[in-house]
Design a protein around this ligand. Sequence first.
Ligand code: UD1
Ligand code: CA
Length: 447
Amino acid sequence: MSRVRAILLAAGKGTRMKSERPKVLHEVCGRPMLWYVLRALQGAGIEDILVVTSDELDPHVASLGVRSVVQAQQLGTGHAVQVALSALETLAGGRILIASGDMPLVPAELFARVLERLDDRTASPALAFATARMPLPSNFGRVLRRGNALERIVEVRDASADELAVDEMNAAIYAFDEERLRDAVAHLQCDNAQGEYYLTDTVKHLTQSGQRVTPVLCDDYLQVLGINDRVELAIARRKMNERLCAQHMRDGVTIIDPVTTYLEPELVIGQDTIIYPNTSIGRLSQIGKSSTIGPNARLSMAKLGDRVTVRDSVIVESMVGSDVTIGPFAHLRGNTCLADGVSIGNFVEVKKSQLARGVKASHLTYLGDATIGENTNVGAGTITCNYDGTQKHPTTIGRDAFIGSNSALVAPVTIGDGALVGAGAVVTKDVAAGDRVVGNPARSIGR
Ligand code: UD1
Ligand code: CA
């Protein structure tokens, strides 16, 4: 069996999105639509993929690790395939799978199934393509038969009322015998309502010349939903999110309300973790076992250990150990790193700081550019004054220190192990280990 190559159509203007951004780059659960289709193709074992792009889309495709060819003028899906074929070397006995970049819900199995039907030795079809039954009205091309035999596909704008009543649709996933594809696209005309070269007209060409075309019915039309506007984009997002939640629930995660839990692909969530409503988890976040996340949590590029509690809080680009509690109403960001057993409470913001094991900052605190040693207690209302108007400066606090309520630590400043800062102090100079300071500016009152 010869190798399969794929052509992914993605050059269309996507006018109905009403957007500056190329359609296939619009995101569904945190990934561009195109990303999902590429992943499904790879899941079906197809590595050799050529994406047909527009000038605007082309610069974005290289980062997805696939080849592309620009279709400078979008003259229709048939024209897009002509452009792709002229960029692909001719392979005797080759097979070409064609799909669109705007169907993010497509599963790898469907690609595999359509290819399998092309390989049917007895029928030896020139083309196998996916179809789906769909509620009417629909904008999909209709699959027309004469008696039992497949005849052609008609686009909605060219269809008669009788043809529009047909509910078997062209899903726009095609597996072609390469030689016969090259021949069929060379014969395309643009004598239709849109004045475009339709790839779908290859069906008529093939059936009229006595070649076999095999429809492959897919049983869930949502799998092949082509996204053309933002209403359909929202439908795809909801469906994809349902799938992502279901997958994690099957893997042992409790999701109280999947409808208000917003996930992305490629997350790691450990067994017996419970996710409460109104929570979004994205950008390659990882959560350990037996943790409690939400309600009202947002995690992005967050890595959490086991038995972590996060309530009503935001964690962005940060790492958290095990047995940590965060929130309610806390904000961790900028490569913050919390060791095991840390406790971050109400209205606490931690930016680009390292907190060692057992540190507590329970109320109304800002810690920025700080390094804090084991078991230190940061009192309510403590602020690291890390910004002097032009530059950021570090604050270093040792282990077992006690920072009294409402202290201002003016950076750069170092507070030694076991030191005590009295409530309301304004610390402008370093404090030695074991020393006690009070007042504004803070002065030593001895050990
Ligand atoms: C197409 C099919 C229709 C099918 C539907 C399923 C044709 C003529 N019609 O219609 O039968 O039911 O998909 O979703 O093929 N594209 C290009 N270059 C172009 C035009 C389009 O690359 O010149 C790309 C688009 O970016 C898109 C795909 O081809 O990814 C399909 O184009 P679109 O305009 O969305 O076709 P539909 O009208 O949805
Ligand atoms: Ca479409």
